[in-house]
Design a protein around this ligand. Structure first.
Ligand SMILES: [Zn+2]
Length: 694
């Protein structure tokens, strides 16, 4: 599994519109792709978003975003709504248009276009899915029913993994952390459906647990079990998942790379969980022969052994019924989909209404056939000029970091040499993969939504497993081209900027330097800084997990990082209106890498900005200086409204700080900001003591 370190949580995917007569109901048409396409995209910098009644030196986020926050309710089908979410909706609509055309057999006629069109059309066809009912699930349910011995679990787990369900653990492939040129097998914790292990274990999530139990009962009831049986099965599922959660490692611990990489021989690995028939499992998923693997978390597999021995077969059977339907729910009849929404999106996320089917089907096609759809998207939306401009910006950011490293007063020459070597080795991938994925072995059949989903999942797992023992393909991407996000991969030592992020309001060929550097270039700087944050710094220029720091420099880094942990840990993520003692704070350790990247990214971007012609321009018509426009554009990239439920879940699971602190936490550490807005030292957002890692 890659450690993708997203620049942000702007998850997007893509979208569609009305598929002829078999299309949408009139109610759903209110939210069509055609409507989304008609809406202009927001500008990179929008003066109308500013709340002039706020003092920027007191709360810069509120100043930069206040008017927008007030005027922009969260759409009912969302849990979180950024200023940049308009781009997500726009891109989804573009993808919908592509898929609609492909589904109708129009436009470019390739096998890949047929596949994305058929995948999409099958997904949209709820009537056929409902008419088939439980029938397509029956063979798998029968297989679970026929289990007589816990030794036989392995075969069913392997089947479910190939179908796209996620029971018990994760098995895949990964770049070898001891030899960055090779791919090896990898095993990791998995198998529980709530967002984090703490949901099963701590008092804070007691009411979520109670509602989850009810959800499990309802889903198992929909599978045909009577209320009493479904309730008993729900308890069994809770026993299994709680045991897996207890054995699992927490998210903060997982930030330390050496905690999640243990290379061992297959024989050693099997000894962790002898009660599980690993031979049957590996044959079942079709893994190639291998001698050693990367076990992220050996304790999890030891814990699994305990659960396998202590919990009865009936518990595991109930659990497998649940993991099957939960994993495949997007292609299940409507009653399942609605109940899944009611718990995971509405109850846990505070989302008022389910997304229109077309939106879910665009997202599903992006997820399963992302590079076939992405190739069509790139043809339509991505320009060579944009690529060239962004390429130049990455060079400027790299130069700014080089200058930064050379002038650091806390780092020895020895470590600096290694840091510069790593910096020079970073690869910037812009827009899309140079080589598109080959989907020729994936069968997509019009009218078979569930089968398509299962085959696409199996295709992907087999593709991952086929890499075991082979050299790394450094051209690969883990985000699809239309994605409105970016990532740094510490093992490939590359920064990836999908075509979908190189659009307004992140970036605009027509916008001024202040706007583009405040936004997209700061994001590029953010991703680059990930190579040197609390996780990334442990990897060398090639992507090997190898300590290249002198002991003293590592200590100096950790002291500086600890300052950021303290600064962000004081921020309130979820306010309790009745009792401040019950406020949920930002987890300074969980968010350390992202906060480091935010602080480093804008600093690098600002240095690069100072060298542009735009930095020397005069005030604009509203009286803002170039530096003020730079910081305002940065802040407006993080304007966001969130449901309370989403905020609570994010505080536990999201390594990114809330938008407000991605702005205020960062500018508070910058003298350039206080100069730009003439903030007095000691003002709330201009403290006397500032924190700086990079
Ligand atoms: Zn990031």
């Amino acid at each position: 599994m890659k450690i993708a370190q997203h620049g942000d949580m702007k998850r997007i995917l893509s979208a569609m519109a009305v598929l002829g007569a078999a299309g949408l109901t009139s109610a759903a048409r209110a939210d069509t792709a055609a409507d989304a396409l008609k809406k202009p995209l927001p500008t990179v910098f929008d003066p109308a978003a500013i709340d002039q009644s706020v003092d920027p030196c007191v709360d810069f986020y509120q100043y930069a975003c206040g008017a927008w926050l007030k005027a922009t309710p969260i759409p009912p089908d969302q849990q979180i709504w950024w200023r940049i979410s308009e781009l997500d909706e726009h891109t989804r609509a573009v993808l919908a248009a592509i898929l609609e055309e492909a589904a109708a057999g129009k436009g470019t006629k390739t096998e890949n276009r047929r596949k994305i069109g058929d995948y999409y059309a099958s997904c949209l066809d709820e009537a056929t899915i409902d008419a088939k009912g439980m029938k397509p699930f029956t063979p798998e349910l029968d297989r679970i029913e026929a289990l007589n011995d816990k030794k036989e679990l392995a075969e069913v787990i392997a089947r479910q993994h190939l179908l796209g369900a996620k029971p018990m653990f994760l098995f895949s492939s990964a770049q070898d952390y001891t030899d960055a040129t090779m791919i090896i097998a990898q095993a990791d914790q998995d198998g529980f459906a709530l967002p984090d292990r703490d949901y099963y274990l701590t008092h804070e999530f007691k009411s979520e647990r109670a509602d989850y139990r009810a959800h499990l009962g309802l889903m198992l009831g929909l599978l045909g079990d009577d209320t009493k049986k479904a309730k008993a099965e729900a308890e069994a599922v809770m026993r299994v998942e709680t045991a897996l959660a207890k054995a699992a490692m927490g998210l903060v611990e997982r930030r330390e790379p050496k905690n999640v990489h243990q290379k061992m021989t297959l024989a050693e690995f099997i000894k962790l969980t002898p009660a599980f028939d690993w031979t049957a499992y590996l044959v079942g998923v079709g893994a190639p022969v291998f001698m050693s693997l990367d076990v992220a978390d050996p304790d999890f597999f030891k814990g699994l052994e305990v659960s396998l021995n202590s919990l009865p077969l009936t518990d595991w059977k109930a659990y497998l019924r649940w993991t099957l339907i939960h994993g495949l729910v997007p292609s299940a009849p409507k009653a399942f989909v609605d109940e899944d929404f009611a718990f995971f999106d509405k109850r846990l996320g505070g989302q008022a209404a389910i997304k229109a089917r077309w939106k879910r089907c665009v997202d599903a096609t992006d997820e399963q056939l992302g590079e076939a759809l992405g190739e069509a998207y790139v043809e339509r939306e991505f320009s060579p000029e944009a690529k060239q401009r962004v390429r130049a910006m990455t060079h400027q950011i790299e130069k700014a970091m080089e200058a930064d490293i050379k002038t650091l007063d806390w780092m020895s020459e020895k470590t600096k040499t290694r840091a510069l070597e790593k910096l020079a080795s970073v690869v910037y991938k812009i827009g899309h993969p140079d080589k598109w994925r080959d989907y020729s072995k994936l069968e997509i059949v019009r009218g078979d939504a569930l089968g398509n989903m299962e085959r696409a999942s199996g295709f992907e797992l087999r593709r991952q497993l086929a890499k075991i023992g082979k050299p790394v393909d450094r051209r690969e991407w883990t985000m699809t081209p239309p994605t409105n996000d970016a990532y740094y991969d510490p093992q490939l030592n590359d920064v990836n900027l999908p075509a979908g992020v190189l659009q307004p309001p992140n970036f605009d060929m027509k916008a001024d330097d202040a706007a583009n550097y405040g936004n997209l270039v700061a994001l590029i700087g953010h991703e680059l800084t990930h190579g040197f944050d609390d996780e990334g710094r442990h990897y060398d220029a090639l992507g090997n997990l190898q300590d290249w720091w002198t002991e003293e420099d590592a200590k100096a880094f950790e002291a500086r990082a600890a300052d950021l942990v303290g600064q962000y840990g004081a921020f309130v993520a979820v306010k309790d209106p009745s009792d401040p003692a019950k406020d949920v704070h930002v987890d300074g350790k969980l968010t350390l890498g992202e906060n480091t990247a935010d602080n480093g990214g804008i600093r690098l971007s600002y240095e690069a900005f100072l060298r542009t012609p735009g930095a020397k321009a005069g005030k604009d018509s509203l009286g803002y200086t170039p530096a003020q426009r730079f910081f305002l554009s940065y802040a407006q990239g993080w304007c966001v409204n969130r449901t309370d439920e989403f905020a609570k879940e994010a505080a536990k699971t999201d390594p990114h700080s809330p938008g407000k602190y991605r702005v205020n936490g960062v500018v508070a550490n910058m003298s350039a900001f206080r100069e730009a807005f003439a903030c007095k030292v000691g003002a709330p957002i201009a403290p006397a003591r500032v924190n700086r890692v990079w």
